[in-house]
Write a protein that binds this ligand. Structure first.
Ligand SMILES: Cc1cc2nc3c(=O)[nH]c(=O)nc-3n(C[C@H](O)[C@H](O)[C@H](O)COP(=O)(O)OP(=O)(O)OC[C@H]3O[C@@H](n4cnc5c(N)ncnc54)[C@H](O)[C@@H]3O)c2cc1C
Length: 392
């Protein structure tokens, strides 16, 4: 029997996998339960933009600072998942050109290094950009491979003792008479068998599903599932992420992913995160917008369109202006439920620091004064997640 404190994490997206890694490094005994494959929720369906924070530096300073700090760390620890290509924020319209000073001031305030480029330099570097481009900033964006990033964190956790139950869906959380969440009920989706798992602490890392899982334990998490659609083309078209020089809007990102280009995205609210149909009108609207930046998208063949939902935290504003920062809920402090924590919101780019803050809270519950070490070591190869998997 292990004498280590035990932690159950629900959800194996970027957040759950990064958290499993952090907690195993701090000496916890960790079990992760995921209803599908690793990264089968939102994490497997993002653009793969390693944010510099430029996108948020004018109207969401907190998220922008988190992004640039984590961008630097992920470039160091997750090199196996990265394309080191930098990015651009380009002005196509006069209105965007007039945004230049605001953007520069926001970037400076948030510590994001940017460099102004005239249109001739932009076109020399990225000939597919609209020849009417008026100028733009070079920004430290990058591209990552989403599955490799999730698997690299998961492999690093597993290689240090974490146990992953994939294809196990949580459908119940038991709360005892002392208002403590003590165990969960899960269904093995291969065999339909139901098992119970218990732990000292249960962590809800289910992203856009966090509200549903919290409700099983009788607590409320104000997460707003906010989907966006993306379209993949069968040519790269450009070699670095290109953003519009403006506040975030629909269809204002295009980036290379291996031999493809991906454009995105929209932002709207839904209630049922398990059924989000792809709206052909939104797809067309995004292609039209992206063609203003890179006209060749109109001639490129489509590889596919896909959708996923952001876990954004309710703040009483519309979906586009909800902050991209994250929140860790200690449900003992906010609603009197012991042994249950939710971590949600944030970005792929900030998953490591989301895990760090959550692991700090878990450690404090056990009076363990452990330091986060995840920014210090290069992650294990993503391949070792499956390589060392024991036979079922
Ligand atoms: C359209 C779009 C584009 C984006 N692009 C970027 C980008 O380019 N760069 C960036 O940094 N961020 C991006 N993001 C944000 C980023 O993808 C998310 O913040 C991140 O993936 C959330 O990870 P997560 O682990 O919290 O959630 P998820 O990846 O959704 O993980 C939650 C997991 O919980 C599991 N789960 C749910 N219910 C249960 C249950 N009952 N039992 C067991 N398991 C359960 C799900 O299957 C899922 O795997 C984008 C988001 C969207 C929507």
């Amino acid at each position: 029997m292990s004498s280590k404190p035990t932690v159950l994490i629900i959800g194996a997206g970027f957040t759950g996998c990064a958290l499993a890694y952090d907690l195993t490094l701090r000496g916890f005994s960790v079990t992760v339960v995921e209803r599908g494959e690793i990264c089968s929720g939102t994490s497997g369906r993002t653009h793969g933009l390693l944010h510099s924070g430029g996108r948020y530096c004018v109207n969401d300073e907190e998220a922008a600072i988190e992004c640039i700090e984590e961008n630097i760390i992920l470039r160091r620890i997750a090199r196996q998942c990265m394309e080191f290509n930098l990015g651009m924020a380009v002005a196509i319209t006069q209105e965007e050109l007039q945004f230049r000073d605001n953007y520069q001031a926001g970037a400076e305030k948030c510590g994001i290094p940017v460099r102004w480029m005239e249109s001739s330099e932009i076109l020399a570097r990225e000939p597919a950009i609209n020849p009417s481009v008026l100028g733009g900033f070079e920004i430290p964006d990058g591209t990552f491979d989403p599955l490799r990033l999730g698997l690299a964190f998961a492999a690093s956790a597993k290689n240090r003792g974490a146990v992953f139950f994939t294809y196990h869906q949580v459908d119940g959380i038991h709360v005892d008479g002392q208002s403590r969440a003590t165990n969960i009920t899960v269904i093995n989706r291969h065999t339909n068998q139901r098992i119970q798992l218990n732990a000292d602490v249960i962590i809800n890392a289910t992203g856009a599903w966090a509200g549903k899982i919290a409700a099983l334990a009788g607590v409320n998490v104000p997460v707003i599932p906010t989907p966006g659609v993306m379209v993949a083309f069968n040519q790269r078209l450009i070699n670095r992420p290109i953003n519009r020089l403006a506040l975030p809007g629909d269809g204002d990102i295009i980036l290379p992913q291996r031999r493809m280009a991906v454009i995105g995205t929209t932002s709207f609210e839904v209630e049922d995160v398990d059924y989000i149909p792809i709206d052909a009108g939104q797809v067309q609207q995004m292609v039209d917008r992206a063609a203003e930046m890179v006209p060749a998208v109109r001639q490129a063949g489509w590889r596919g369109s896909y959708m996923s939902a952001r876990p954004l935290i309710q703040s009483g504003t519309d979906a586009r202006s909800l902050s991209r920062t994250f929140k860790c809920y200690d449900h003992e402090a906010d609603q009197g439920l012991k042994g249950f924590i939710t971590i949600t919101g944030g970005k792929a780019t900030t998953c490591r620091v989301m895990a760090e803050k959550t692991a700090d809270l878990v450690s404090s519950k056990f009076n363990i004064s452990s330091q986060c070490q995840t920014s210090e070591f290069v992650l294990d190869s993503y391949r070792t997640f499956y390589f060392r998997q024991p036979a079922l």
